[in-house]
Design a protein around this ligand. Sequence first.
Ligand code: HAM
Length: 418
Amino acid sequence: MTSIRSIKGTQDILPDQSHRWQALEAAIRNTMGRYGYEEIRTPAFERTELFARGVGEETDIVSKEMYSWTDQGGEDLTLKPELTAPVARAYIQHNMGGQSPTNKLYYIDALFRRERPQKGRYRQFHQFGVEAFGSEHPEIDAEVIALAMAVFNGVGLSGLSLKLNSIGSPQCRGDYRDALRDFLTPHLNNLSETSQNRFEKNPLRMLDTKAPHEIEILKDAPNISDCWTQDDKDHFDEVCSLLDAMGISYDLAPNLVRGLDYYTRTTFEITSTALGAQDAICGGGRYDGLVETLGGKSTPGIGFAAGMERILLAMGDDTSTGHEPHIYIVGLGDTVRPTVLQLAESLRQNGLAVAFDVLRRSMKAQMREANKAGAKYAIIMGDQELESGQAEVKDLSTGDQQKVALDDLSSHMNSLSF
Ligand code: HAM
């Protein structure tokens, strides 16, 4: 019979990698705590309408990439492709704004998008991210960006660059859409089919083009900053000066519009030189209209999400498995078995990581296993040791060996440094 394989674009996280995920998750949770962000968890699927309304019908995510279906009860449902809309939905549904003027939330979760799989791009992937509701002021923009950088710096990522822009208020975006259409009309015949479609439906997305001749044409296009209101400009200037004050460097990226429709004002992306084509580690921005669009009271918000597979790729491999036992008990013969298990249990209860052989292998094979597992000490116990009331304790890094009385073994092992 043929074996069943996982679905293209999904990945199993096996023990040789899961410890890296755990370390990343621990670093994220630690940083979130220091910045005062609390965890929110939302369901794996939502009503399709949430994303159509929140993210935008014309976006790539909603128009092409969602895993959607009609269930047995006739409801249109979708596996969540992103978390900003679900978190905003939960924020409204639970009246979180009524309970506190600001809400600073974070998540670590799996998302689903039917994209073409390649290195760094998957159909089920993971993000951590934050959504901060309630403040329209630049200090929260600056804090959210600083938080993203703090997580990345905390896990040792280097070669990062922060790209920053403002796409202004909805009024500004409308004006800019018109200006861009006016500018591009004479070039329409030279544009790709994708860009011609975007020209009709969502002209700002044309700025994302990767086609060299279109990039060339767009060089002379008007900038969105030409359409900023005075308030948009003041907001952006203050975000920049707060980042300067915190010593966070950034590049201005006038074409950074991002692919989701809810953004207003500040948008940002962080890329890594350690990655290939899929080099965006993190993207985010302000979404002051989203809560209202989803039926809540008008509430400003800002957040970001970062791809965890990409972070782990950029971190590179380390050789430790992260779950090496402190002690490997080498047990020889049938009579020692209860003593081995009893000792393992008591050491584990004292907080030590202990392994022992369950295949009844030879002394040589067990010692090989102890070294392979990366144990710091081996305790060797056979019939002879049991009779003499002593076991051998071997330091596997130095090779030093000493006899320890069985009665003292537990306290002796606990007194060692690991
Ligand atoms: P996004 O730019 O669509 O934004 O995704 C954010 C990050 O998720 C990307 O920079 C990338 O690292 C990762 N990512 C996206 N798609 C994939 C994929 N197919 N495979 C692997 N990684 C991927 C959002 O999702 C917004 N909700 C961010 C946000 C939060 N804006 C405000 N708050």
